[in-house]
Design a protein around this ligand. Structure first.
Ligand SMILES: [Fe+2]
Ligand SMILES: [Fe+2]
Length: 188
């Protein structure tokens, strides 16, 4: 497997971990929740998705998906739909980020609106990853030669993952510890 494909697949695993954590915090807005949400964690998670997933992961996939489309692979309609979803997800990340920024600035946002929008957003992201993992990523090995990957590599500027890469955890340190502690508490 090419290293770019591996990195993008690792991104998916990381994003699923993050979405689980986000979902756990969003549940605090449910009427019968006994906990209060850690707003810093929610804002940090949405910020990370804006600066890494929406600015690097999806654009990198767009370059790869365009090349798959040139090869007239099966699933072309789905690949096009997933490319369109990248734009939808980016818009939705922005919207939901603004919503929670309003909450942090003490603007009145109903718990119901937060719950509905955030759960919809999480579902959209999860389903997107599932479709890519199941139907699109398995096509890459057969579709791409070394020359294809070399050409793709020239178009994609590699970027560190600012949350999950060992070397660059500082900015999202609180969020990272929160994810790891939550995972530990669920295992116990
Ligand atoms: Fe994607
Ligand atoms: Fe993806």
């Amino acid at each position: 497997m090419h290293k770019l494909q591996r990195k993008l697949q690792t991104d998916h695993l990381h994003l699923l971990r993050l979405l689980k954590c986000l979902s756990h915090e969003i549940d605090c807005y449910d009427f019968d929740s006994q906990r209060s949400a850690d707003l810093a964690v929610i804002l940090s998670a949405l910020d990370y998705m804006t600066v890494y997933s929406d600015k690097w992961h999806h654009p990198a996939e767009d370059i790869i998906f365009d090349r798959l489309l040139e090869k007239s692979v099966e699933q072309s309609d789905l690949i096009q739909a997933l490319k369109n979803e990248h734009q939808t997800i980016t818009q939705e990340t922005h919207k939901i980020h603004e919503l929670f920024k309003n909450v942090s600035e003490d603007c009145v946002v109903s718990a119901n609106e937060l719950l509905t929008s955030a759960r919809h957003f999480i579902m959209l992201q999860k389903q997107h990853i599932e479709k890519e993992s199941e139907y699109v990523y398995p096509l890459m090995d057969a579709a791409f030669s070394d020359e294809d990957w070399n050409a793709i590599e020239k178009e994609i500027i590699l970027q560190n993952d600012p949350l999950f890469d060992e070397s660059s955890k500082k900015e999202y340190d609180h969020l990272y510890r929160f994810i790891v502690d939550l995972e530990k508490s669920k295992q116990e």
